[in-house]
Design a protein around this ligand. Structure first.
Ligand SMILES: Cc1ncc(COP(=O)(O)O)c(C=O)c1O
Length: 410
C-alpha cells in the first residue's frame, strides 16, 4: 500500500475519511421536511443565542415555545446533570417514584387527576383521542367514535393528530386519515350546537388560542359554551394546551382564565424546559378508561424528562416564575399596542401572556427577515402574522430591546 501523505496521514484511513467529511460534508442526509435557515447556533444563555460568528440573538421564539427557562439555565442544567448521573431510563415495567411525584405535581396544577406521559405534543393528542374513544366504548356508547374539531386548528403531524388538524395542505397528501372528523368554524356557537346535537362524537378538541394558524384566541364565552354543550351531550372536551399551557399565558392552563375545566388537557412544549415530553392529563373516570395493554410508550415518563418537568414546575409555582410571566406579558403586550399606534401596518395585536402576535396589512416574512438581521428571533406565520414566544425568564430590558428592534424593522 502507498504511504499516506499530507495532514491526515497520521490519522488512519477511517479517521481521515471522517475529517474530510466534516470539512466537506456532501449532500445533506436529513429528510428535507424542514425549511431550515443557514444559521448555526453554538450556545445560549438566558434569552440569548449565539451563532458560529459570535453574533448574539434575542430569542423571542424559544425553540417554538419550548425553552421557557431560557438557555443553559443553571438550576435546570444541574438537575438534569444530577439525574443523568443516577438514572436516565428504566422503562414503565418498573415503578418510578420520580415519575409519580411529577404526575402528582402536574395533575394538581391542572386541577385534574391522572396523567399519561409521552414525548411530544402530537403523542399527547394521540393518547387523548384514544382515551376518549375508550371511555365512550366502556360506557357502551359505541356509536360515539367521531371527533369534532375547529377550522384553523393545529394538533400535530401524526395520523390521529393530523386527522383533527384543519389545514388541508397538511392533510391531503396523507389521506385517508381517521374518518368521521368534522370541523366547525371557531367561535361560532350555533355551528357547535348543531354538530353536537348529532350525538356522534367521542370528543370535541380545541386550542384555547389557535397558535399555528396565527395566534387566534377563542372567546371566554365560547369556551364556556363548548364546555356546557359538550357535557350536556355526553361528548368529552379535550383542550390542547400544548402551546398555551405550562404557564405561557400567565396561568398554568390558558382555559383556567376562562374558568373552564375540561375532561382532558394535553401539554408538551415547555413542560420539561427543553427535554422532550408530552402529557395527557385527565379527569379520573376518563383517565381510568385506559387499562394495561390499551396504550403505552417506551420513553413516556422518562426519568430525565420527569426531572426536568419537576424542576420546571418548581420554578413556576415555588419560585415565582408564573407571576413573572404575567408581568412580562403585560409589558410586552403594552409595548406591541403602543407600536400599533405608531405603525399603521399593524392591524391587530393578539394573544395572552407571553404568547403574542402582531398582524400586518402586508406579508410578515420580509419584516421577520429584517428582525433576524437585527438580531431578534421571531416567527412569520399565516402570511401576515409575526409570532413571539419569549422565554418566561425574559427581563424587562430584553422586552424593551425587542420592541426597539421591532420598531426599527417596521
Ligand atoms: C397546539 C398544538 N398542538 C400540537 C402540537 C404538536 O406538537 P409536537 O410538534 O410536539 O408534536 C403543536 C405544535 O406546534 C401545537 O402548537
Amino acid at each position: 500500500m502507498k504511504e499516506q501523505k499530507g495532514k491526515n496521514a497520521d490519522l488512519g484511513p477511517k479517521m481521515a475519511r471522517r475529517r474530510v467529511h466534516e470539512r466537506n460534508p456532501g449532500p445533506d442526509a436529513r429528510v428535507p421536511s424542514y425549511r431550515r435557515l443557514p444559521l448555526r447556533f453554538t450556545h445560549g444563555e438566558g434569552a440569548r443565542l449565539y451563532d458560529e460568528e459570535g453574533k448574539a440573538y434575542l430569542d423571542f421564539l424559544s425553540g417554538l415555545g419550548v425553552t421557557a427557562l431560557g438557555h443553559a439555565h443553571p438550576g435546570l442544567t444541574e438537575a438534569l446533570r444530577d439525574q443523568a448521573g443516577k438514572l436516565l431510563h428504566v422503562s414503565n415495567l418498573y415503578d418510578e417514584p420520580l415519575q409519580a411525584r411529577c404526575a402528582a405535581r402536574l395533575t394538581e396544577a391542572c386541577g385534574l387527576d391522572l396523567v399519561f406521559f409521552s414525548n411530544s405534543g402530537a403523542e399527547a393528542n394521540e393518547c387523548a383521542l384514544k382515551m376518549a374513544r375508550r371511555y365512550q366504548h366502556n360506557r357502551g356508547e359505541t356509536g360515539r367514535r367521531a371527533f369534532l374539531a375547529l377550522e384553523r386548528s393545529f394538533h400535530g403531524r401524526t395520523m390521529g393528530a393530523l386527522s383533527v388538524t384543519a389545514n388541508e395542505a397538511y392533510r391531503a397528501p396523507f389521506a385517508p386519515l381517521i374518518p368521521d372528523v368534522q370541523f366547525v368554524p371557531p367561535d361560532d356557537v350555533h355551528a357547535l350546537e348543531g354538530a353536537l346535537a348529532t350525538e356522534a362524537f367521542a370528543a370535541l378538541i380545541l386550542e384555547p388560542i389557535q397558535g399555528e394558524s396565527g395566534v387566534h384566541p377563542l372567546s371566554k364565552s365560547y369556551l364556556e359554551t363548548a364546555l356546557n354543550l359538550s357535557h350536556g351531550t355526553g361528548t368529552l372536551l379535550v383542550i390542547d394546551e400544548i402551546q398555551t399551557g405550562g404557564g405561557r399565558t400567565g396561568s398554568f392552563l390558558s382555559c383556567q382564565q376562562a374558568g373552564v375545566q375540561p375532561d382532558i388537557v394535553t401539554l408538551a412544549k415547555p413542560l420539561a424546559g427543553g427535554v422532550p415530553i408530552g402529557a395527557t392529563v385527565a379527569r379520573r373516570e376518563v383517565g381510568e378508561s385506559l387499562q394495561p395493554g390499551d396504550h403505552g410508550s417506551t420513553f413516556g415518563g422518562n426519568l430525565l424528562a420527569c426531572r426536568g418537568a419537576l424542576f420546571f414546575l418548581e420554578e413556576l409555582f415555588d419560585r415565582g416564575l408564573l407571576v413573572r410571566v404575567r408581568k412580562a406579558g403585560e409589558r410586552f403586550e403594552k409595548g406591541l399596542r403602543d407600536l400599533a399606534k405608531k405603525h399603521k401596518t399593524i392591524r391587530d395585536v393578539r394573544g395572552q401572556g407571553l404568547m403574542l402576535a402582531i398582524d400586518l396589512d402586508q406579508p410578515s416574512a420580509p419584516v421577520n427577515e429584517r428582525l433576524l438581521q437585527s438580531g431578534l428571533l421571531a416567527n412569520s406565520l399565516a402570511e401576515t402574522a409575526l409570532r413571539f414566544l419569549p422565554p418566561f425568564i425574559v427581563q424587562d430590558e430584553e422586552i424593551d430591546e425587542a420592541l426597539d428592534l421591532l420598531d426599527q424593522s417596521l
